[in-house]
Design a protein around this ligand. Sequence first.
Ligand code: FAD
Length: 411
Amino acid sequence: MITHTAKSTDAVIIGGGPVGSYAALNLAKLGVKVTVYEEHPEIGLPSHCAGHISIRSLRNIGLYPLPNGIVENTFTAANFYSPFGTKFSLHLSSPVTTTLNRARFDNYIANQAKAAGAEFVLGTHVQSLIKANDFVKGVNIRNGKKEEKVYSNITLDAEGISSRLLRQSGLAALNPKGLVFAVEAEVENVKNVETNAVEVYFGKSFAPGFYGWLIPKLDGTAKVGLATNRGNPHEFLQALMFKHPVASKQLGKAKITKIGYHAITLGGPIEKTYANGFLAVGDCASQVKPSTGGGVIFGLTCAKMASQTVSEALQQVDVSSEFLHIYQKHCADLLSFDFNVMLRLRRFLDSLSDEKLDQILRVCGKLGVDNALRDVDEIDFQGKLMLKVLGKPSMIAAVAYFAMLYLSANP
Ligand SMILES: Cc1cc2nc3c(=O)[nH]c(=O)nc-3n(C[C@H](O)[C@H](O)[C@H](O)COP(=O)(O)OP(=O)(O)OC[C@H]3O[C@@H](n4cnc5c(N)ncnc54)[C@H](O)[C@@H]3O)c2cc1C
């Protein structure tokens, strides 16, 4: 028999991914009574992310250095390959990116949020939004045979890419044209890789609409993946591992120990991220870099801004969309230039033929782009980075920017 109960809180967060938990952490620190509902029984699992993230950005949001056991590796180099095997390498003067064990990273943020006072309810699915007079008033949750109405002054949607509840709020769903479909595997017995370098494989024949990646760990294993805008990602992964002129030598004898599939949103932020009593954050708002698919840093950055807006709205006793629109303005002020540049770059990259890509990588090598980028330490704000690089007299810098983009390799 199904039991029905009801309770209330200041703020409900849908989803205990990194973005939902980070919003909870910030809200709890601001004194807001917040409850996170996560449908899985454990935070961070199943994990679908490469966890390749900029060290400087993590530091800027107060999450670096991290406790032991979360960082898997750090990188000072990246190797980029055309589908014909042409290689361009970038070597930096200090580690710029790191790979994280995403499950442990997510747990780290959630534990911090709990310590700050946030409540986490796991294994509990948010089925629908409670709506009245055009306001979101909370959520209907289900845990086994128990159904509950949770009334809240404000609801933050951090449900990730499914964006099912986003649609119920009246906001437009993610643009399906901006989606690519990813596969990521953990592999053993990787050959011919440097442990300080990320491998990036371009080309329509191996990863149309995106790219493939190999992120080595220190123990001879690696995370390998790709995303595509057509076809079956698993078949493309097989082609990458066994037919690519370079990857096949690195992965031809590798054993897959774990594999997962998930979509990535590359279409840029959704048009509207707020409604009466409701804000959308993270992947469900498509706060993801269109160039590389990296969503952790921008999602966390927006979660912090959302928390600030929520706290102010609760103090003013005004959760109307007129008040909440300030959240979207803050996000746009910080990120819209970078998003626009990255969207154009994504279109540019998608338009390149395999032959053109091969040519670009050759040119980068000949022009000494590696030297021009040696001291770069920021890869997330790619629009601002481009301005900085183009300020240099040499046109090499312009080319260097494109190579730099590839370095980020945040799938
Ligand atoms: C293959 C792959 C590799 C990636 N690699 C990188 C990378 O290297 N670097 C990077 O920055 N980004 C990467 N990303 C993107 C990154 O994973 C996302 O941007 C990030 O996880 C977004 O966090 P989030 O909290 O918004 O969503 P999610 O991490 O998806 O979390 C959403 C949570 O909400 C829960 N949920 C959903 N619906 C409900 C519901 N109705 N009720 C209760 N709970 C619900 C889900 O179970 C989930 O735990 C990658 C993505 C993929 C697919």
